[in-house]
Structures are given as structure tokens and as C-alpha cells.
Design a protein around this ligand. Sequence first.
Ligand code: HEC
Ligand code: HEC
Length: 239
Amino acid sequence: MPPIVANGRRDAQILACALCHYPNGKGRPENSGVSGLPVDYFVRTMFDFKQDLRKSGDTRKANTNRMIAIAKAMTDAEIRQAAEYFGAMRWTPWIRVVEADVVPKTRIAAGLFVPLEGTLAGMEPIAGRIVEVPEDTEQSEVIRNPRSGFVAYVPRGALAKGAALSERGRCAMCHGADLRGLGPVPGIAGRSPSYLARQLHDMKRGTRKGPWMELMRDAVAPLTSDDILNLSAFAASRP
Ligand code: HEC
Ligand code: HEC
């Protein structure tokens, strides 16, 4: 594991990538999965962060602002080392996608939904949301176990609607059969639907606008918020 991934670099105030993205790059809903990405894409998107071409549509999202500051402080060599380290790991199943009418009541802990416990615990209608929670709150929140994954509840019917939208938007033409990535285009199968939805929103709002975004422009332009939710649910559910 390169030192930048394991320890970050204190003199430049770079936090260890492994802190947020986990040592195995699986990541969490409030950040992103970074393993199994094409090395060229990884490097390119780090330069987009550096050049202020990739921001969150919600400027209050503090961890994205931190990610941008980290990219700006990194050397080219550190970016390449991180890209090659995470790129060498295959993306494997990490998020279980479940269609549901009701979901656990949750609270928000640093950008993550966490089920309420004890007397506050209970269920509530999903109400058109994606609610992505740890499979095991203690393992994720207390231990930050990089082998304890997440479950994403999505509205009933989202997967079929997402499949149809994916067909119509020809996502597979660029993202590859089964959406597992193709050359320099990143895979979107099996990735956090919270992350995917944020990216599609940011692209649509124009806060994510690197040079390669030209290719995504037509795909993203016609999408409504519901389309974004359904496409993200569908892509996340693919192996
Ligand atoms: C404070 C937490 C944090 C740390 C530490 C961190 N990141 Fe991130 N990273 C994020 C967040 C949050 C995002 C997603 C941004 C969003 O959704 O708006 C992200 C996204 C990324 C992406 C984009 C993935 C994709 O599919 O496009 C890459 C690549 C990345 N980080 C690399 C790194 C590297 C390399 C390091 C270590 C030098 C690092 N990150 C350290 C929070 C962090
Ligand atoms: C013409 C090619 C093309 C088509 C069609 C296309 N994409 Fe993309 N997509 C790309 C490229 C290239 C990128 C990387 C953009 C960048 O480097 O910033 C991308 C990035 C993404 C990302 C961000 C991935 C990440 O790790 O941050 C998502 C999500 C995405 N596409 C979803 C979709 C969906 C859903 C569809 C179908 C509705 C679609 N794309 C259709 C080319 C395409």
C-alpha cells in the first residue's frame, strides 16, 4: 500500500485515502468506491478535482470539499500511485439493493444514514427515496470494518424502470456490457446508488464538468430526479 494511501502526508494536510475510502477502496455511501476504477479515469478525475471542474452541487457537503483540497495538495506521482494501487483491485459486490415499501427509521451521522436504535427504532414509508444504511452499524460506524458492507433500500419498481432507462439512454454503449466499465470509462455496476445519484445530479447541474463530461452530456440532459433515482438503483443492483 503506497504511503499516501496508508498515511496521507502530514506536511500537506493530506488525510490517508484509506480513512474515508477504506484500505480496500470499497468506500462508503457518503464518499465513493475507488477500487476497480480504470487508472486513466482515476488520474483524470483527480485533475478535475484539482482544477475545480468537479464540485458537489451542494456546497455544504464538507467531505467533497475536503476531497478537493486533498487532490490539490497531491503530487502527480502520488496521484498515480493511488490510482494504480486502487485500480489493481477488482470491484466485487458490496451493496445489497432491496426494493421495499418501508425502511428503518434513520438518523444522519456525518453524511450517512444510520438506523435508529432502542426505543426510537421503527419503520417508516420509503417515500420515493434511496435509503442506504450499514448492514451492521457497529461494524461500519465504530470499527470501520472494510468488509462489512451496506444495504440500499429503493422504491418498489425502481429496478425495472432503471433497466428501461438504461436501455433508452444507451448507458452500456460507453459503460460496457453489464455496466462494468469499458477502457477509460468507469464501471457503474454494483456501486453505491447514493454516490451514483449525486454524480448524475452534479453533472446535470454542471458542477461536475471535466473535459470527458462532454460524452455524458446527452445521456444526462433528459433525466428527471426520479430517472436519476431509478437509474442509480438499477446500476447499483447489477453484479
Ligand atoms: C475526508 C474523506 C476523504 C479522504 C481522506 C479522501 N477522499 Fe476521495 N472522495 C471523498 C468524497 C466525499 C468523494 C466523493 C465526492 C462526491 O460524491 O461529491 C471522493 C471521491 C474520490 C474519487 C472519485 C471516484 C470516482 O468514481 O470518480 C477518487 C478517485 C478519490 N476520491 C481518490 C482519493 C485519494 C487518492 C485519496 C487519498 C490521497 C482520497 N480520495 C482521500 C472523500 C475523501
Ligand atoms: C457516450 C458515452 C457515454 C454514455 C452513453 C453514458 N456515459 Fe456515463 N460516463 C461516460 C464517461 C466518459 C464518464 C466519465 C466522465 C468523467 O471523466 O468525468 C462517465 C461517467 C459516468 C458516471 C460517474 C461515474 C463515477 O465513478 O463517478 C455515472 C454515474 C454515469 N456515467 C452514468 C451513466 C448512465 C446512467 C448512463 C445512461 C443513462 C450513461 N452514463 C451513459 C460516458 C458515457
